[in-house]
Write a protein that binds this ligand. Sequence first.
Ligand code: DGJ
Length: 720
Amino acid sequence: MRLSFLLLATVAAMPMLAKDILVNTPNTTLLLKAEEGKPLHVSYYGERISSVSQVYDAFSLWEEAYPAFGAGCQEITALDVKHADGNMSTELVYRSDAQQAEANATVYTVTLKDKIYDFEVDVCYRAYNNCDVIETWTVIRNNEKKPIVLQKYASGFMPFRQGDAWVTHQHGSWGAESQITEEPLKAGVFEVHDMNGAKNAVINRPNIMVSLDGKPRENEGRVVGAVLCWSGNFRMTIDTEGKRVHRLVAGINEAHSQYELKKGETFTTPELAFAYSNEGMGGVSRSYHRWARLNNKVHNGQQLRKILLNSWEGVYLNVSQDGMEKMMDGVKSLGGELFVMDDGWFGDKYQRSVDDCALGDWVTDTRKLPKGVPALEKAAASRGLKWGIWIEPEMTNTKSELYEKHPDWIVCHPARTPITGRGGTQLILDMSNPKVQDFVFGVVDNIMKETPNTYYIKWDANFEIHNFGSHYLSADNQSHLYVDYHLGLKKTLERIRAKYPDLVIQCCASGGGRVNYGLMPYFEEFWVSDNTDAQQRLFIQWGTSMFFPSCAMAQHVSASPNHQTGRVIPLKFRFDVAMTGRLGMEMKPSDLNEKETEFARKAVQTYKDIRPIIQQGNLYRILSPYDKTGFCSEMFITDDKSEAVFFAYKFEQYVDLFRPRFHFAGLDPNATYELTELNRQGGADHWEGKRITGTFLMKQGIEIALNGQFASKVIKLKKI
Ligand code: DGJ
C-alpha cells in the first residue's frame, strides 16, 4: 500500500518523458520530438528509418518545428503575433498530440500553447500512405480576451543540414513561364515571393526543390521538395546563418496582410507539401505527380483527359455559328473528342469584338451567335463531340453592364480611381465580397442551367490586383484583402465542385499564371502557357513537369508559323511535343494540307492508344533542354514497368552537332523490351522492332537518328 502510493507520487511528479512522433510515408520519415513545457522540435527528415535511435545515434537536427517570434528570436521565424495586450512575443510549448487516420493518410496534430497567453497553435502533418509526400499546416486559435493580430503566419518550417546544397526554382513571365533556375545556397537569404494578388505563378512559383548533394541531378542525389498549396501572394525563404543549417519558412506572404483574429476565431494556414527522394529531382517530381493524381490535388486526377480543339488561335474573338461548326467538323475528322469555344461569344449592350468590354455580361451575343449557345452545344453533340466554353468570371470591364450596375464590386479602395488592365478597361472583382462570390458561382451555374451538357469550362483570369483596397472590407480589415480574395475564391470553387463534381474545368490565367496547388484541387488541368511554339514549349513544359503531372498539362498543337514567335516547325515535331501532356489543338484544322491532315489523324489515334501511359504513368526526365546540348528527352512508364513511351527531340542545328546516345530510365533492368516507333515519318531506325534488355537501354542506351532541326522520335517500349 505504502509502496504503491510512493510509486504513484513519483510518476505524477515526473515530467513527461520526451516523446518521439514518427511521421512516416512508405519511403520517408519526418521525426518530431515533443516534451511537455518545451517547444516542439524537428529532429530528422529523409529516407524512412527503422528505428529512432538510428537518428539520435548518428545526428539530430534539433530545430523548433514552428518557430515563433519573441523568445530566442534572432533566427527566422514562421509566426509573429501581436497579442491582445500589445505584447509582440510568443513562446509556444507542447501541450498534447493526436493522430487521426484518413483513407490515404494519417494526420498528426501537435497542439502548442503560449506559456502565458490563451493562444494556441495546432501544428499539423498529413503523411500519405500512397505517395512520399507530407503536408504541414497550422491552425492558429485566439482564446485571448481581445483581438490579436497575425503579423506573419507561415504554413511551415524545415531545416536542412548545410553542405553543398542547391535550390531549384522557377521564374518566368507571360509566354515564358516556369523557366528553371538553379543556384547554390550560400550564406544569406534566398527568397522567392509573389505580390500579384490574383495569379501567383506568372513570375515566381510557390514550389522549390533543395538538392542536398551538390548540383541538382535529375535521377540521383537526395532532394527535398516544398510546394505551397495557396493561390495568393506567397513567400518562400531559406535563411542560411552560421554553419549548421539552412532554415526554410514558407507560407502566405505577410506583406500588407496583417490579419486580425477576434476572440474565439481561428486561422488555418494553407498546406505546405514536402517530398523527399534520394532519386534526384525526378524522384521528387514523381512523388508530387502521384500525390496530385491519387489524392485529388488535381481534380479527378485519375480520370483520363479528352483530346480537344480550342477555338482561340483559330479565330480569336471572331466566333460565329458557322465558324464554330466548321472547327467542330475539323476536330471530329481528326478523331478529337471535345470542342471548346473560347473568348468572344458574349455581351449584349457591349459587343466582345475587341478585348476591352463585356466581361461580366455573360449573355450570348446574338449578333454573332443568333441561335444561341444551346444550338452550339447541340451541334457538338450531333457530331459526337463534347462541348466546352470559355469564361473569365472574376473579371469585368469599365465598359460592361455589370460594372455600370455594381461599381463597388471591384477591387479598389473607394477613394481611388481604378487602374485598368487589358484593353485599357479590365478590372478585377472583389472575391472577398460574398455578393461577388454568389455572382461568380452564378456564372457557372447559369451556364450549366442553360446548357446542361456542357462538359468543359475554360476559366480564365487576365488581370491582377493593381488597386489595393476593398469596398466590402471594413476600414480596420483592409489588410485582409490579399488573403480574403483567395479564401472567397476557394469557397466559391468548393460550392461549384459540390454541385458539379464531374464538370471538367481548366485553370487558365493568361496562360500558366495560376499553376498552383491552391487551385488545382478544383481544376482538372491548366493551360501551360499562351506560348504554343513547340521549341519553347519544351522548356516551359520541362519546368512545369517538375511539380505537376502530365494529365493536368494542357498542351496544344498550333499553327505554323507560330502566332507568338513566327517560328516554322513541322507538324510532327509540334505533335511530338504536345503529346507529353493532355493533347489538344489550337488552330483551324481546315488550314492543314492533305498530308498533314493524314498525319494528325494518325497521331490523334496514337495518342489515344498511349494516353493511359502518358496521363497516368511515371515521368522520367532525362536530357534537359536547359543543358544546352540542343537535345531533350523524357519518358513515361506504367507503374508495373510493362509499357513505356520515350520522347527524343532535337531543337537546334549546328554543322556536325554532337549527337548523344539516348539513355532510358525507370525500366525493369531484368526485363526485355520491344521497341516500336510511333508517329513515324520516313525510314525505320535500326532498333525498330528489336528486343533489348532494360539494363542495356538504361546503361548503354541507343542511337536515334535525328536529322536536321526540329527532328523528333517517339518510341513505344513493351515488356516481352
Ligand atoms: C488568355 C488565355 O490564355 C488564352 O488562351 C485565351 O483564352 C485568351 N485569354 C482569351 O481572351
